[in-house]
Ligand binder design. Structure first.
Ligand code: IPM
Ligand code: MG
Length: 378
């Protein structure tokens, strides 16, 4: 009787603990589907080991959605994403010069799907960490005396305002073609991203560098004023300001000086590419886009690499690390997230490399094998 009771208790506990998480999966274009397959493999393994139920729904976005439905993101697909607990994305887009998608009007191109889902899910905060992995120091394009013992920074990019979402038009006036984009921010948009930046800094080395172009732009001057106001609530966090052109230079001159770089949409787009490049391994960097709620969109920082699509060459690590960020930020599964990140490091320590991070003496593995190896460490 006592034994029966115990078994019953264990089963009950299992049922109570086994949380269900609804994940929207977006393979997208190019290498997207194959790297998403690997991330799903890792999540399934985490589910097995830690008794979580990850339930997936796949939706179309980007070029595949255009081919199938005529638009880069349908309302139905967006609704599925909205109704889930989190979204994991591979990549969207094709070769601009080659693909027919780019002869369509801008709002019907693959990237418009990405902008629509960011806006539709109200994901205003984009977190892009740039970490120099010890194992990959050799791939860093910076000189050794600049790298020192490595760097670990985060670009916190505003994601649903600025030039990306301001009014735009192309007209012909008196036979002269004229195009306009507008950079708009209101103080509330600035305040909410600022809070996110300071919150993240608090959990790190407590330094925020706010990046703007306040010597020229009104939007940047308002940005700076509001950042200063918010900083008053975070006396424990050190705030500095930097002009964006200087920041682009400082990132290659001395990346160690940065902890959290807090910036608007367009500057963040550019600086985050630069930050990822100096790690030497854009195939390694994850990202998270968050809003007010737990629902987030997680994707690798790299693009769809159509040239190597379907050849088992793509590095799935950025997507797998994005899934780890999802576990941490959307599901509060800190231990599981740590485990995935550790597994990635272990596989690299063992000398396994995809082609993009391959160096002498290492073992070359494909996309699928890389996924298997990481799963085996969980
Ligand atoms: C990124 C990309 C996108 C952006 C493009 C594909 C629209 O470059 O996520 O950084 O500019 O936001
Ligand atoms: Mg970009």
């Amino acid at each position: 009787m006592a034994i029966d009771n115990r078994i019953f208790h264990i089963e009950m506990k299992g049922m109570v603990d086994r949380m269900e998480y609804k994940i929207t999966l977006i393979g997208g274009d190019g290498i997207g589907p194959e790297i998403i397959t690997q991330a799903r493999k890792i999540l399934d393994r985490v589910g097995e080991v830690y008794s979580h139920n990850f339930v997936y729904k796949e939706i179309l976005m980007g070029g595949v959605s255009i081919d199938e439905t005529g638009v880069p993101l349908t309302d139905e697909a967006l609704k599925i994403a909205k109704d889930s607990d989190s979204v994991l994305l591979g990549a969207v887009g094709g070769n601009v010069g080659q693909s027919n998608w780019y002869s369509l009007p801008p709002h019907l191109r693959p990237e418009a799907g990405l902008l629509a889902i960011r806006k539709g899910l109200k994901l205003f905060a984009n977190i892009r960490p740039a970490i120099l992995f010890d194992e990959l120091k050799g791939a860093c394009p910076l000189k050794e005396d600049i790298i020192g013992d490595g760097f670990d920074l985060v670009v916190m990019r505003e994601l649903t305002g600025g030039l990306y979402f301001g009014d735009r038009s192309t007209v012909t006036e008196n036979g002269v073609r004229k195009a306009t984009d507008t950079l708009v921010y209101d103080e509330n948009e600035i305040r909410r991203i600022a809070r996110r930046g300071f919150d993240i800094a608090r959990k790190r080395r407590k330094k925020v560098c706010s990046v703007d172009k306040a010597n020229v732009l009104d939007s940047s001057r308002l940005w700076r004023t509001v950042i200063e106001e918010v900083a008053k609530d975070y006396p424990d966090v050190e705030l500095s300001h930097m002009l964006v052109d200087n920041c682009a230079m400082q990132l290659v001159r001395d990346p160690k000086q940065f902890d959290v770089i807090l910036t608007e949409n367009m500057f963040g787009d550019i600086l985050s590419d630069e930050a990822s490049m100096i790690t030497g391994s854009i195939g390694m960097l994850p990202s998270a886009s968050l809003g007010e709620k737990k629902l987030g969109l997680y994707e690798p920082s790299h693009g769809s690499a159509p040239d190597i699509a379907g050849q088992d060459k793509a590095n799935p690590i950025a997507t797998i690390l994005s899934a780890a960020m999802m576990l941490r930020y959307s599901f509060d599964l800190e231990e599981e997230a740590d485990k995935v990140e550790e597994a990635v490091r272990s596989v690299l320590k063992d000398g396994n490399r995809t082609i993009d991070i391959m160096s002498e003496g290492m073992k070359l593995v494909g996309t699928n094998e890389m996924g298997d190896l990481i799963a085996s460490y969980i």
